[in-house]
Design a protein around this ligand. Structure first.
Ligand code: FAD
Ligand code: A2P
Length: 275
């Protein structure tokens, strides 16, 4: 991350004239089922870190296949980044996983979402709670200096089945800590708590269990969540979101929205079968 990139407020001119078509600039495959990619950014696109947009590819019948995707890059970045699942028979990702540098994707430049600072009341600590690709909006928020202006502590809890599935997030956090500029901004503020549930690793267990048992507070030397000081943003499967909401409500936190900021906000990381 360079100083010029961080202080940038206007995205650089995109390579394509049409705001609906963007060029892939790089692709990284993290596991057999996870990859990330970067694209040019339409000059007109302004978004709040944590929001999502619709992206897609042309379909066989000429109708585009569009899906919701969290923007994983922060709002100052001159490019856009996305972090994606590969669903074997998924209409979009069975094809999207084959994209290469120079390819085109469709992007509807209308960002929306609830995982934004505006939907939370001011507080001391913010908890980012994610499973799987639910990490994506936090990849954006963790790289936004506003996050560290608004909160004294930022705790990133990310849980996956295996350690390999944590790699994108782990490398991103390590990159921030080692970055010349961001290193200072996040030092002593960003706490990372990655856990696995189906493979041994240094930290284990579901986010819900580690919060409810108090293990995460003990491990990080923090007081339990308190609605006076703690805020949370949640992004995972519907079941995860529902279960973690119960835990947060148990600590006295209440759900907020853009129109009514409160102590926590939630977004689905994907729409499950039948949901
Ligand atoms: P679909 O037909 O869309 O999905 C097939 C099945 O795959 C689903 O029923 C579900 O069971 C499973 N599935 C879909 N997405 C995921 C996922 N991310 N993790 C685990 N299982 C999944 N996906 C991303 O990969 N990255 C994102 O940043 C992202 N952000 C999203 C934000 C929002 C607000 C929503 C609603 C969804 C988001 N998704 C994201 C999911 C995305 O929209 C697509 O569902 C996904 O890309 C798969 O598309 P598909 O056409 O291949 O399969
Ligand atoms: P677990 O392995 O115990 O099911 P998935 O790959 O199924 O989307 O899950 C991603 C991660 O989220 C896994 O570590 C999984 O734990 C965890 N998880 C799934 N459902 C829940 C839930 N309802 N509450 C808490 N964690 C969950």
């Amino acid at each position: 991350m360079t100083e010029s990139a961080m202080t940038l407020t206007q995205p650089a001119p995109a390579a394509k004239a049409s705001p609906d078509t963007q060029t892939v600039t790089s692709v990284t495959h993290w596991t057999d089922s996870l990859f990330s990619f970067r694209t040019t950014r339409p000059q007109s696109l302004r978004f709040r870190s944590g929001e999502f947009v619709m992206i897609g590819l042309p379909g066989d019948n000429g109708k585009p296949i569009m899906r919701a995707y969290s923007i994983a890059s922060p709002n100052w970045d001159e490019e856009l980044e996305f972090y994606s699942i590969k669903v074997p028979d998924g209409p979009l990702t069975s094809r999207l996983q084959n994209i290469k540098e120079g390819d085109q994707i469709i992007l509807r430049p209308k960002p929306v979402g609830t995982l934004v600072h505006d939907a939370l009341l001011p507080g001391k600590r913010v908890w980012f709670l994610a499973t799987g690709t639910g990490f994506a909006p936090f990849a954006s928020l963790m790289r936004d200096p506003e996050t560290y202006e608004k909160f004294d502590e930022v705790i990133m809890m990310h849980t996956c089945r295996t350690a390999e599935e944590l790699t994108y997030g782990r490398e991103l956090v390590e990159g921030l800590e080692q970055d010349e500029l961001f290193g200072e901004i996040v030092a002593g503020k960003l706490r990372y708590y990655p856990t696995t549930t189906r493979e041994d690793s240094p930290l284990m267990g579901r986010i819900t269990d580690n919060l409810a048992s108090g293990k995460v507070f003990t491990d990080l030397g923090l007081d339990p969540m308190d609605p006076a000081t703690d805020r949370a943003m949640v992004c995972g499967s519907l079941a995860f979101n529902q279960d973690v909401m119960k835990v947060l409500e148990g600590f006295g936190l209440h759900e907020g929205a853009n129109s009514e900021p409160r102590e926590y906000v939630v977004e689905k990381a994907f729409v499950g079968d039948g949901v």
